[in-house]
Design a protein around this ligand. Structure first.
Ligand SMILES: [Zn+2]
Length: 380
């Protein structure tokens, strides 16, 4: 049995993804969710991207359409089937056995972890977003002098309440990854909390973007002991790309005890930096989810190969980072399976690796590494 067949049949563990919208989407609503850009430039379309064409090529047949059908026909058929049916078809095609879901961003518009898992025929578990929890705490009301203790309590309660398997930080978006690695003192946290709580006291929505409080959250996460996921590399325009390079986290990585796994998400275009960090730091793991569907079939293999240049194969995980539309769940899985199978088969064909090695590595990267690091039940 070849590697491609092994990967076809393997129920992937998607260690970082999001729900999909419940509502039916018109063209502008759909296009806004297949790009990190928001609305396209005047006269342009997000269908005219590597990802947009891959949707027409690989998702259209699952909606009973010819491959490469035009965008209007694709969206008409999508509306005809309805959001529930489209979600069901595309999620089942993704072939995931388990999904770890971050519902800390626009979560009220999206299917929950349990709903997403049900549609995919998979098991779903929660990832808790550190900043969202702090913002909720602030909105509910907390005294600056008690912020640190209340946050630690809220984190423990949220982990227990959601039976969460991971924590997630968007420090890259809020303050950049070049943060002071030391835990802040109680006095520093109190002063920073007082300023932050005062600043947006009259606003309905808060945004935690203070570097001292970010460090407070991260060290509370370290104490909690679950794996911590970090957004790194590209994302929507809210991220300043040069401050999202995972190499900027090096001092923090060195400061964190080895028992706490640090998971670098997405990573492109810094996937080689991430590969290095995963190679030399025992508790660092990474993925190139999100990048593979966005660069499309022409380059997904190259990006995956670069990411695996240096990192031990026990350090890479699969993720889709799909958000909003189920097309991204399907394409994330498809690009990953194909790219990894091609890479592994090439080594076997070159008589460098045994076929058994390729099959073993496929299972590790597609599922077993995640099962081990997060302590998940073995997939069946
Ligand atoms: Zn994400």
């Amino acid at each position: 049995v070849g590697t491609a067949a092994i990967l076809e049949g393997l129920r992937l563990v998607d260690h970082h993804c999001h729900g999909v919208v419940r509502r039916d989407l018109d063209r502008s609503g759909f296009e806004a969710l297949i790009s990190e850009a928001g609305p396209p430039a005047a006269g342009a379309s997000h269908f005219d991207t590597a990802l947009g064409i891959a949707i027409r090529r690989h998702c259209a047949p699952l909606l009973d359409l010819d491959p490469l059908v035009d965008p209007e026909s694709y969206l008409r058929r999508r509306a005809e089937l309805g959001a529930d049916e489209v979600t069901r078809r595309l999620l089942l095609a993704a072939g995931v056995g388990m999904v770890l879901v971050d519902s800390g961003y626009r979560g009220d518009e999206l299917l929950s972890a349990a709903e997403l898992a049900a549609a995919a025929g998979a098991v779903g578990r929660e990832i808790l977003r550190l900043e969202t929890l702090a913002e909720t705490l602030a909105t509910r009301g907390v005294d600056a002098t008690e912020f640190q203790d209340r946050y630690a309590e809220a984190l423990a309660a949220a982990v227990a309440g959601a039976d969460a398997v991971a924590l997630k930080s968007v420090a890259a978006y809020r303050v950049g990854l070049d943060l002071d690695p030391a835990p802040p003192s109680a006095a520093e946290v109190e002063a920073a909390a007082a300023a932050w709580l005062r600043r947006d006291a009259d606003r309905a929505e808060r945004r935690l973007d203070d570097p001292v409080l970010t460090r407070c959250l991260l060290w509370a996460a370290v104490e909690a002991g679950l794996p911590i996921q970090f957004h790194t590399g590209f994302g929507d325009r809210d991220v300043r790309l040069d401050r999202a390079n995972p190499a900027l986290l090096t001092d923090f990585v060195r400061a964190v005890p080895l028992r706490v796994p640090l998971m670098l998400l997405h990573c492109w275009p810094y996937h080689r930096e991430a590969s290095y960090l995963a190679a030399v730091h025992e508790n660092v793991y990474f993925d190139v989810g999100l990048a593979l569907p966005h660069v499309g079939p022409a380059r997904a293999g190259a990006v995956l190969a670069e990411a695996l240049e240096l990192a031990p194969f026990g350090k890479m995980l699969y993720s889709s980072d799909a958000f909003g539309v189920p097309e991204l769940h399907h394409l994330g899985a498809l690009m990953f399976r194909r790219s990894l199978a091609a890479l592994l088969d090439a080594r076997v064909d070159a008589e460098e690796w045994a076929a058994a090695d390729a099959r073993r590595l496929a299972r590790m990267i597609g599922a077993e590494n995640a099962v081990r690091v997060y302590g998940l039940p073995a997939p069946h």
